[in-house]
Structures are given as C-alpha cells and as structure tokens.
Write a protein that binds this ligand. Structure first.
Ligand code: PLP
Length: 236
C-alpha cells in the first residue's frame, strides 16, 4: 500500500471517530484532499484509493494539473474545489475549471464568477469565506457582513450558495481552538434559520480537524496529513 493510500485510510478512520464522538453519523463529514503543490501523480494515487474531491489554491498550477489529468485519465470524474484567495483576473478560469469555490469573500468576485460560469456547466457551488478571527491580513468577509453577502450571492443565477468556510488562526490551547469553530457554526445556523438552504461548513485542516468536526464541520480540508509536508511554504 502506498503512503497516500495509507494516510487516506487513517484520516477516514479519524474523521469517523471524531464524528461519532460528537454524536454525528460517520458519513456526515466530507474529506477534501488539498493537493496544492502536489504533482498529478499524487492526485492520481489518491484517486485510485477512492478520493475524488481535491482542493487547490493557485489557479495556474491547478488548471495545468486539471487539464493534464483530464487528458491522461478522461474516465476519472474528479471534483475540483478552489480554496485560495481570488484575484479578479483569475475568476474566468476558476469559473471554467472548478466545481466549487470556498473562498468567495466579496460581491464583485461573486458577480464575476456568476457571469463567467460557462452556460453548459451546472451552477458553481460557493462557500463564503469568513474572517472569523478578524485577522487584519486575512481574506474573508467579516462575520457581521456575512448576511449581506449571502443575500447578494444567493441571487446570482450561476452560483449556488452552499455554506461557509473559515481558516481560523492556529491555536494550540484546545479550549481557545474551539471558539472560532463554534462561532462559525453559530453563523451557519443563523443563515439556515433565516431561510438559506445550506449544507456545507468547510473548516478544519490537518492540525485542527477533530476540533472542527466536534463543532460541526461538514467538510474538512486536509493536505499535509494525506500527502506529507509540502516542500515549499504556502504563499498565503
Ligand atoms: C493548505 C490549505 C489547507 C490544508 O492544510 P494542511 O495543514 O496541509 O492540512 C486547507 N485549507 C486551505 C484554505 C489551505 O490553503
């Protein structure tokens, strides 16, 4: 068995255990494999092991991998999620190549994605990225501005609003680690109560996955724990 296959099995077990500990069903949490900086071979290896949803941060790198995999393995139906910061000049390519975008944090970007989504594709699934820790340098809409953005996005014809996403500040104190996740769950529930049909709370990475699941994550985004340490640091 390869390392990637091995890691995927371990993570799947850990996800199920964390869900069960939170009195949630074993299949209530989806695993998004974050494949930024990884070569297509690693993605194909994960796909062979049954992992079909992949997250990417950098448009150019992602599109070149998506296209190369489509050519070499047209039989594979992979699902591509864009999870990185979005510049205006990248929206067309993102709208053309991805099934999901987790990192929508302003109306202008959402409008471009909707306008540029090709007619022959289903609506683009969208999560709003929330700057839940209110970090000055972080992308994301502020918590108090989420409902205004949700209203705008849900009216856009080629987008389908699915939920919220966050990247809380890393925190080693387990009690403090829960707070931003719990605040995200509250925001999510408020939107659902006000009538939005949402099913996705995208939060939790390799180091804080269990806590995120405990607090209600429905999608965890895992890179390092599947593919190993990245060889060069993230640009964000
Ligand atoms: C890189 C990245 C991840 C995965 O992080 P790991 O710590 O490698 O699991 C998840 N979400 C986003 C937005 C990322 O940029």
């Amino acid at each position: 068995m390869t390392d990637i296959t091995n890691h995927l099995q371990t993570i799947t077990k850990n996800i199920e255990a964390a869900a069960s500990k939170a009195n949630r069903g074993p299949h209530t949490v989806h695993l998004l494999a974050v494949s930024k900086t990884r070569p297509p071979e690693d993605i194909l290896e994960a796909a062979e092991a049954g992992q079909l949803a992949f997250g990417e941060n950098y448009e150019q790198e992602a599109v070149s991998k998506i296209e190369s995999i489509r050519q070499s393995r047209p039989d594979l139906k992979l699902e591509w999620h864009f999870i990185g910061p979005i510049q205006s000049n990248k929206t067309r390519s993102i709208a053309e190549h991805f099934d999901w975008v987790h990192s929508v944090d302003r109306e202008k970007i959402a409008r471009r994605l909707s306008e540029q989504r090709p007619e022959n594709l289903p609506p683009l699934n969208v999560c709003l990225q929330v700057n839940i820790s209110k970090e000055k340098t972080k992308s994301g809409v502020l918590p108090e501005e989420v409902s205004v953005l949700a209203k705008a996005v849900s009216a856009m014809p080629n987008l389908r609003l699915r939920g919220l996403m966050a990247i809380p500040e890393p925190e080693s104190d387990p009690v403090k680690q829960r707070e931003p996740f719990s605040a995200m769950k509250t925001l999510f529930d408020q939107l659902v109560q006000s009538g939005y049909d949402l099913d996705t709370l995208s939060m939790g990475m390799s180091d804080d996955m269990e806590t995120a699941i405990q607090e209600g994550a429905t999608t965890v985004r895992i890179g390092t724990a599947i593919f190993g340490k990245r060889s060069y640091p993230d640009k964000q």
